[in-house]
Write a protein that binds this ligand. Sequence first.
Ligand SMILES: Cc1cc2nc3c(=O)[nH]c(=O)nc-3n(C[C@H](O)[C@H](O)[C@H](O)COP(=O)(O)OP(=O)(O)OC[C@H]3O[C@@H](n4cnc5c(N)ncnc54)[C@H](O)[C@@H]3O)c2cc1C
Length: 418
Amino acid sequence: MQKTAHIIGAGISGLSAAVRLADAGYRIEVHEATQQIGGRCRSYFDAATNLVIDNGNHLLLSANHHALAYARAIGSEAGLVGPSRAKFPFCDLTTGQRWELDLGEGALPLWVFDPARRVPDTSLTDYLKLAPLAWARESQPIGDVIRCEGTLYDRLVQPLLLAALNLDPPEGSAGLAGAVVRETLLAGGKACRPLIARDGLSAVLIDPAIKHLEGKGGSVRIGHELRELAMTGERVAALKFGGNDTVALGPADAVVLAVPPRSAASLLPGLKTPTKFRAIVNAHFRIDPPVGAPPILGVVGGLVEWLFAFPQRLSVTISNGDRLIDQPREELALAIWRDICKAAGIAGEMPPWQIVRERRATFEATPEQNALRPGPVTSCKNLFLAGDWTATGLPATIEGSIRSGDRAADHVLAVRQA
Ligand SMILES: Cc1cc2nc3c(=O)[nH]c(=O)nc-3n(C[C@H](O)[C@H](O)[C@H](O)COP(=O)(O)OP(=O)(O)OC[C@H]3O[C@@H](n4cnc5c(N)ncnc54)[C@H](O)[C@@H]3O)c2cc1C
């Protein structure tokens, strides 16, 4: 008889576990509490801009091997698009200076030896001083490992680590930052090509996964919140969704719990999870990007950090955004629009806009919170954890999420074989 894997939570972590297990022959039942699939990685129609927008601008890199393998498995790899070479244009809004970081195409960071390709006004020695980050411990704060000031910090290290960890870098876990640096900057331009789901996160990373699962006989139920895990000895015996809605598990069935930490902790009392989170603010403006606008522009010295050019839309990302959560929307939109005009070299009235503030965008990537991340294994033999907040060794990213989903699936498969 075909075994069933129940996936709780239809974010990218749950979907990646589901796809891997479906491809290994499991029948999949995905249970999602809300009415939308995709969790923190999804698209929706926005009436204010009359456009389909993403809940957040998401940047992937060619180093994100699990994410690319997932996209390949669901047939949507071609939807992740980016320049053929790892070039990152930047502008400084305070000085007006513009530069392009050209990381090349190789597997080594040879660009640091070429003054023309380095960040302006930086020397080789500045880059060598970052070396301790590569082998730092997760328990160390970044501020204890490298000097968080100077031109290289302001123009490269700060923007990169702020985006990757979603907090002010000095307070972040040096081990998590080191993992990012090892897998990207230290792995050369080959690993750093930016990739964007240009047609939207749902079109590229979510909808094809659902189609893939349904094509293999799986089901995806929305509005189906798991309320309780009923245990018998060391196994989950049934899933309780409220009222009489209970699903009994067969002896070989498995459960992957891929919900955010708060839900996981309430379903599994005693589970240690991160308890603090950080916001990300995204703003979207309905306007045709200027001709020749790069798909992604790094912005320093302003409120805006990254400017994305999509068809009919300019969108920005501001990480570590807790300070902006209560700012009046119109005031915030105007401040962002002023930065966009400077960065993109445009002028004019503010076009139709939308601001999306994700309060709990990521767990707080400090050493203290990072230490609270559990692994995939639980005390139940048929229950495994996934999620960007589990101990992946990476900050909360799509790559980390998909790794966690793949890892949970591999545990299910290992139990089957045992
Ligand atoms: C604004 C923003 C920008 C980001 N930018 C980037 C980026 O540029 N690059 C990058 O790599 N990453 C980025 N991320 C991070 C990335 O989006 C997340 O790491 C990833 O989406 C997390 O996926 P997940 O499946 O682990 O969790 P979630 O997406 O939170 O999914 C969990 C799902 O479980 C469901 N659920 C909860 N409780 C229950 C229950 N009891 N029963 C059933 N279902 C339940 C939830 O409704 C949700 O759908 C960004 C995140 C945000 C918010």
